[in-house]
Design a protein around this ligand. Structure first.
Ligand code: HEM
Ligand SMILES: CC(C)=CCC/C(C)=C/CC/C(C)=C/COP(=O)(O)OP(=O)(O)O
Length: 302
């Protein structure tokens, strides 16, 4: 019979602290980030599969640096997170972890990821991942987010990097196809984020952050969501237009894009917080399915 687990107060505290460090890495956001990077690795190989050991090393390395970037963001923004209802339950505002511990954790995690990428993948991927880290944890978090409503448009460039990182990991270079994948996530980020910002605008106003619904109002934000979703629709046709992907992908991109446009249109015409929440949730499912379609098309091309 397996030994029963013994729950002492010490083991409970250790377990909840471990969980707090896990939360610092924003695991749900980073799951999709890493998923997109993995798809990039598979798409980079014209026929067959990338070497499994390389995929494993690149995935772990990118995940570590992405987790470190999230932890640094939590450290830098702890005072802002404390003012927003969505984020005040995070480990730093709750005092579960100290800033010093967060810095040590992010340094160890990020350092491990970079060394892994340098030693087991290639230096280009290491440098690009480091640039992505700086783009999010420094350029977006420190300079853009508190200053301009275009913060997520410009900062979205870091969020769009994962498939490029995956591509570079397998090929040692960045091709035009990889840049198309970048462009898709880049165009997707504004409707993704502004849908959430619409129903969280009171939070952002309280925290003093210049998000688009706060600075330009909800009507302009809804129009911006709609326009960027149109741009996204056009951009997602490019992999088919350039023959990077086939008909299966085109059908998926058109269906998913049509559904996303439906959300954006309803949000524009007749706003409710519930609609904005649904559009935000759909944006996540959309990106997941679109990248899954790119992969399926790559192997089942007809
Ligand atoms: C600058 C770019 C981005 C901004 C400002 C942004 C902003 C946000 C915010 C504020 C949330 C809510 C998080 C929470 O409540 O904890 C969120 C959730 C999420 N984001 Fe983004 N995002 C960006 C880019 C991305 C990218 C590139 C991906 C993936 C490729 C992504 C995937 C997700 C996922 C999966 C969630 C849901 C997390 C959950 O359910 O807890 N985001 N995003
Ligand atoms: C190295 C590597 C691959 C890094 C990728 C990390 C990256 C670019 C993440 C962007 C997605 C993200 C966590 C946005 C949160 O925005 P926010 O910080 O404004 O959200 P918040 O208000 O919830 O803190």
């Amino acid at each position: 019979m397996p030994a029963a687990k013994v729950h002492t107060p010490e083991s409970h505290i250790a377990g909840s602290r471990l969980h707090a460090f896990y939360v610092l890495t924003k695991p749900r956001v980073n799951t999709l980030i890493v998923f997109c990077a993995i798809i990039g690795m598979f798409l980079a190989v014209p026929d067959g599969l990338p070497p499994p050991a390389l995929v494993l090393a690149a995935t772990v390395g990118i995940a570590c640096v992405a987790g470190a970037a999230a932890a640094m963001n939590c450290l830098i923004e702890a005072h802002i997170d404390a003012r927003m209802s969505r984020t005040r339950g995070r480990p730093l505002p709750r005092g579960e972890i100290t800033p010093r511990e967060t810095l040590a954790f992010a340094t160890a995690l990020g350092g491990t990821g970079l060394v892994l990428l340098h030693q087991l993948v290639n230096p280009l991927t290491m440098w690009l991942t480091l640039a992505t880290f700086v783009g999010y944890a420094v350029v977006y978090t420190i300079f853009l987010k508190p200053r301009t409503p275009q913060n997520i448009v410009i900062g979205g460039a870091s969020g769009a990097m994962p498939p490029v990182l995956g591509w570079a990991a397998v090929t040692g270079e960045v091709s035009a196809d990889a840049l198309l994948l970048f462009l898709i996530i880049f165009a997707w980020t504004p409707p993704h984020f502004w849908s959430l910002a619409l129903y969280r605008s009171a939070d952002y106003a309280r925290a003093g952050l210049p998000m688009l619904p706060v600075t330009h109002g909800p009507e302009f934000t809804r129009l911006s969501v709609l326009l960027y979703t149109c741009i996204l629709f056009g951009v997602t046709l490019l992999p088919f237009a350039t023959r990077m992907s086939g008909l299966l992908y085109l059908i998926a991109a058109a269906a998913l894009g049509g559904a996303f446009l439906g959300h954006a249109w309803r949000l524009y015409r007749d706003y409710s917080d519930a609609r904005a929440r649904r559009a935000f949730r759909f944006s996540i499912l959309y990106l997941f399915l679109l990248f899954a379609a790119l992969l399926a098309d790559h192997y089942l091309r007809f």
